[in-house]
Write a protein that binds this ligand. Structure first.
Ligand code: NZQ
Ligand code: ZN
Length: 389
């Protein structure tokens, strides 16, 4: 391990099928005015809304609501939420939903007292907040993003055709607490479950496929990937399997709570490509990643050959016997492709609504990062998108 780092993750997790009972104790730590944030209505159908509301009322809280936080939350929704949060004199933002709702709550946290336009400040200039921020708590209903235990908040600007993530530096932007009840994820449509599983898998890949140093993080990552593959196969056969869904939820948190990135470089180019697709199509996040993954990984494979060969052996259990390093590496991606197809993931961006005339916008919207095995130029990005249609 070659890198120097600081590690701090203050999010308190309550995990399990009884975890909501701890919400009441957490609420005691904050003032009276709670802003409950949720999405398009799934929590009203599956009873989570009623359960949370009962606890808020029992705790004597004065509750305002922001509903209709859409998947891939927009900057306009953020502006709307800032008004509501200010009028309410919010002491705590309580998010009840998936990654979009949790991200939105964090974006709101840094924006409510911000004197400038938050899009310009946080998503164009990438500055850190100087204003007072609001505490956030999460009741998670979908496993995937890791938003429940990190300081990331992704916001979409439809006019500018940009979807940008900001991972805030200050750990106080991470949720103060998150309630992780695997049972809550059982009402997810299978498409969303599969997208979430691929999102988790790719978060680990993004941190794994970079660097050549020997580091503990890569061994942790391989273990997380193997556990996820195992549970994903069970969950696809029987989505109601609590044990599998529970492991998937736990893996999601560890995949992106900053642990496995410590002491090493990370790639994140799949997310940059996928976010460009998301900005143009508004497609489901995990599917935007799956649709560009194989063209990207097959393109960079020659530049990171030893790691791709290690991935084949240690994650997919492929024997190296009789194979060149290159053949082993390619066999790993072939195995990954078979698994992705079994999962019903999007395998190209056409099925997500992308068309060839979007190519210039897709290339423009892709942020180029420099820590992967190959630093791409704009022509290479165009080539990878062309291979993804
Ligand atoms: O809006 P509702 O009605 O709640 O429906 C949602 C939504 O339609 C539904 N859903 C969630 N939980 C459910 C449920 N339906 C039935 N039962 C449940 N228990 O699922 C749909 C998708 O929800 P969403 O929150 O959008 O999904 P996800 O958790 O994948 O979040 C995606 C957002 O997170 C960002 C993505 O870019 C995207 O904007 N990300 C955040 C990251 C972070 N904070 O670190 C990292 C990720 O890479 C990602 O970029
Ligand atoms: Zn992701």
């Amino acid at each position: 391990m070659l890198g120097n780092f600081t590690y701090c993750n203050p999010t308190k997790l309550y995990f399990g099928d009884d975890s909501l009972k701890y919400l009441g104790n957490e609420l005691k730590k904050y003032g009276k005015n709670v802003l409950l944030v949720y999405g398009g209505g799934s929590i009203r159908k599956n009873g989570i809304y009623d359960g949370v509301m009962r606890i808020l009322k029992d705790a004597g809280k004065n509750v305002a609501e922001i509903s209709g936080v859409m998947p891939n939350p927009t900057v306009h929704k953020l502006y709307e939420g800032m008004e509501t949060a200010r009028k309410h004199g919010t002491d705590l933002i309580l998010a009840a939903g998936g990654g979009s709702v949790c991200d939105y709550a964090k974006a709101l946290s840094v924006s409510v007292n911000c004197a400038e336009d938050p899009w310009e400040k946080y998503y164009v200039r990438f500055e850190e907040p100087v204003c007072e921020t609001l505490p956030v708590g999460c009741v998670l209903t979908m496993a995937g993003t890791g938003s429940e235990m990190n300081a990331g908040a992704v916001i979409t600007n439809p006019e500018q055709k940009l979807k940008i993530g900001h991972v805030f530096e200050d750990e106080k932007i991470m949720p103060r607490f998150s309630i992780l009840n695997p049972k809550y994820t059982l009402s997810l449509p299978v498409y969303q479950m599969a997208a979430g599983i691929y999102d988790i898998f790719n978060h680990i890949c993004e941190q794994y496929f970079s660097g050549e140093d020997d580091n503990t993080s890569d061994y942790l990552s391989e273990g997380l990937m193997r556990s996820l593959l195992h549970s994903s196969r069970i969950a696809m056969k029987d989505p109601a399997d609590y044990e599998a869904r529970s492991n998937i939820m736990w893996t999601a948190a560890w995949a992106l709570n900053t642990l496995v990135s410590k002491g090493k470089s990370c790639d994140w180019m799949i997310h940059m490509l996928g976010q460009a697709v998301g900005a143009l199509t508004n497609a489901t996040h995990g599917m935007t990643l799956s649709a560009v993954s194989l063209p990207y990984y097959r393109y960079i494979l020659p530049y990171g050959l030893p790691k791709f060969a290690r991935f084949a052996a240690n994650v997919w259990g492929i024997s190296a016997e009789g194979k060149s390093e290159r053949a082993l590496a390619e066999a790993g991606l072939d195995a990954m492709e078979r698994w992705m197809k079994d999962m019903g993931l999007a395998m190209n961006i056409t099925e997500l609504g992308a068309a060839k005339d979007m190519l210039p916008d897709l290339v423009r919207a892709t942020v180029i990062l420099k820590d992967g095995y190959k630093v791409l130029d704009r022509d290479e990005i165009a080539e990878i998108f062309l291979r993804s249609f």
